[in-house]
Write a new protein. Structure first.
Lengths: 314, 322
């Protein structure tokens, strides 16, 4: 089993390197001169050249790339061209905000999606099933920005129940943190809940047909336990794998949600950086996101192996 | 009678699959149900177990188990007995065990569902029964997962699981079909031995007439969702009274001869859509007459020997033909 996992990790390394080359190259190809953006009103060619020289932008591209990579491997992703702050520090500040949003959204999605999927599989073809499917489809097809704006207008503006924007760290004021984050997390979680519901449903439908489910019933196992233990335990493997993968997408989707609710997270960091051509920040954020994606893939693989007795003993 | 089923009817949607089946099994007795594929053997046994839970299934009929009325018409009707007094093993040992749980836990669960004993005690009983059904190194097997076991070993585990609560009735639906010939013989011996030792009643479903002669006391021949003939093994094998049974027996030269599959009756079972009125075998029957357009009753020919043919006893009606 350890071998299997090690192999996955080894495969991940070239993937990450490839992404880093890609990110670096793309950045160089993009239109716009970061030095001009950075220099502001300064148009003196001598001064601009000095900045260029100082940033090492005159070196050949491979040299620039390896310099950046060497730094990145030591946790130094360069400095923001705009604010002069270390990119790593910016990311460390903003990432927890987005992770909190993502984890809360994931929890909401799990709490809604999995029970709904189980129930609609068990009640396949009934009104409950159709209703659950319809709600799931709406959850997946309603755009987050629309749902977000509607919620802000109703819950925050009209009923004045929850704050419409901002961010409070949970370490500072837990309740207030939840209050500000619950609406964005819900908006972000609905799509995922729909996907999870449908995935759980189809996975359960497949499993409920299996011979071993009939065996459990023949043993006299109560129906509830047949569904929740014998069937669900086997349906779980693909669900867990999917969830780990969707979590990566969730974080990516957080960019938009953070904009709607003006949450100062990762999304806002990258959007601001793109608009100001702060490419050290963009590069750092994209790199961290990509590594995060790959990590989630590894987690998914690992869980898949752990949940599968056949692979576990291999 | 330990189990008595009368006038069992099963329909999936508009398709009637079982039409008026009667079964009776006494304590300690083995009843074999034989018939071609699709004749309704599995559906009948699943109906008795209350395992036909799917939507659109309609079940009717009366049943009695150990003197108590048994409601087969709803899935909950047999819930108390299932896995306790009535147990079942299936045709597919490879897929009938849950791949996610250890063997020992799966057997112990059957105990815990019906007996108020500790988990340790349940595991102990699981270990006991595993030993009795001839599972080698049971302590180690307990901790294994189904994929680590061979097909024959898995069927033994299924048998252990079925017998751990000492049921009065075991339904075995083609328990050896999926196994190698040598393993088949071992499993058959095991079931016969356990049945004798425990005085358990067995309903043994099979394609294989050789197996019937080997394990059963009585036999019911099913054709297209009905009983064609029923009686003791000697009655049915030595003096078959339904043309279908005669056709089936044509496939084995003698009681002790080599086993063959039931393929020698010419033609095939009519589909539900083209099922004839009256006798369902009439489309394939060499003796068919206009009278066969009427449904023949299952009539007693000798004590305990009944056949659903207008012309039974055949010797009287056809002389040399039979
Ligand atoms: N869930 C179901 N829905 C619809 N029809 C079914 C269902 N299960 C069984 N049938 C039909 O009922 C009839 C009897 O099937 P059954 O499985 O009892 O046959 P069998 O005698 O056990 O055959 P085999 O020897 O192949 O196991 C068949 O025509 C089959 O197509
Ligand atoms: Mg069958």
């Amino acid at each position: 089993m350890l071998n299997l996992f090690l192999r996955r990790v080894l495969v991940a390394i070239p993937t990450i390197l490839l992404i880093s080359v890609f990110v670096f190259a793309l950045q160089k190809l993009l239109p716009g001169d970061p030095v001009l953006a950075m220099a502001g009103e300064e148009r003196d060619p001598v001064a601009l050249a000095a900045i260029r020289e100082q940033l090492g932008l005159n070196d050949p591209l491979p040299v620039q790339y390896f310099r950046w990579l060497a730094g990145a491997l030591q946790g130094d992703l360069g400095t923001s061209l705009r604010t002069g702050q270390p990119v790593t520090q910016l990311i460390v500040q903003k990432l927890p905000v987005t992770l909190q949003l993502g984890v809360m959204a994931l929890l909401i999605a799990l709490v809604i999606g999995i029970p709904a999927g189980i129930i609609s599989a068990v009640r396949k073809g009934t009104v409950t099933d159709y209703a659950a499917n319809m709600v799931a489809l709406s959850g997946m097809s309603i755009p987050n920005f629309w749902l977000g704006i509607m919620l802000i207008m109703l819950v925050s503006v009209r009923w004045q129940l929850l704050p419409a924007s901002g961010y409070v760290p949970p370490t500072q004021d837990f309740v207030q943190s939840m209050r500000t984050m619950i609406m964005p997390a819900f908006v972000l979680g609905t799509g995922l809940a729909g996907a999870l519901m449908r995935h759980t449903r189809s996975s359960m439908l497949g499993v409920l047909k299996q011979d071993y489910v009939r065996t459990a019933r023949a043993k006299g196992v109560p129906e509830r336990r047949v569904v929740l233990k014998h069937a669900f335990r086997n349906a779980l493997t693909p669900i867990v794998t999917l969830t780990a993968l969707l979590f990566g997408e969730l974080i990516a989707g957080a960019v938009l949600t953070e904009q709607i609710f003006t949450i100062p997270g990762f999304g806002k960091l990258v959007v601001d950086a793109v608009f100001t051509r702060d490419y050290a920040v963009v590069q750092g954020v994209v790199m961290v996101t990509a590594v995060g994606f790959i990590l989630m893939n590894l987690v998914a693989d690992m869980l898949y192996i752990l949940l599968n007795p056949r692979l576990r003993s291999a | 009678m330990l189990l008595r089923v009368e006038d069992l009817q099963v329909a999936f949607g508009a398709t009637q699959v079982i039409s008026g089946v009667d079964l009776a099994v006494a304590a300690g007795e083995t009843l074999a149900i034989v018939g071609e594929s699709g004749s309704g053997k599995s559906v009948t046994s699943l109906a008795v177990m209350g395992l036909l839970g799917a939507k659109g299934v309609r079940i009717a009929g009366r049943a009695e188990f150990d003197g108590q009325p048994l409601d087969l018409t709803r899935p909950g009707g047999t819930a108390k007995l299932r896995g306790d007094q009535i147990a079942m093993i299936f045709q597919e040992p490879m897929t009938s065990l849950n791949p996610a749980f250890r063997i020992g836990d799966q057997i112990a669960e059957a105990v815990l569902c019906h007996r108020s004993v500790s988990e340790v005690e349940a595991k102990g009983r699981a270990l006991d029964i595993m030993r009795k059904v001839g599972i080698s190194a049971p302590e180690r097997r307990m901790r294994q997962y189904p994929h680590e076991l061979s097909g024959g070993m898995r069927q033994r585990v299924m048998i252990a699981m079925a017998l751990v609560n000492e049921p009065q009735l075991l339904i075995a639906d083609e328990p050896t079909t999926a196994l190698d010939v040598t393993i088949q013989a071992q499993i058959l011996d095991l079931i016969s031995r356990l049945q004798r030792d425990r005085g358990m009643a067995v309903v043994f479903i099979t394609h294989d007439l050789g197996v019937v002669a080997q394990v059963a006391h009585r036999v019911a021949v099913m054709y297209a969702g009905r009983i064609a003939e029923t009686g003791s093994v000697a009655q049915v094998f030595d003096d078959p009274q339904h043309p279908y049974t005669i056709g089936l027996l044509g496939s084995i030269p003698s009681l002790t001869g080599p086993r063959t599959r039931l393929t020698t009756v010419p033609g095939s079972v009519p589909s539900p859509a083209e099922m004839p009125q009256g006798c369902r075998f009439s489309t394939r029957c060499p003796f068919a007459q206009p009278k066969c357009a009427q449904q023949p009753l299952l009539r007693e020919i000798a004590a305990g020997h009944r056949a659903a043919c207008h012309f039974a006893p055949l010797e009287l009606n056809f002389g040399a033909a039979a």
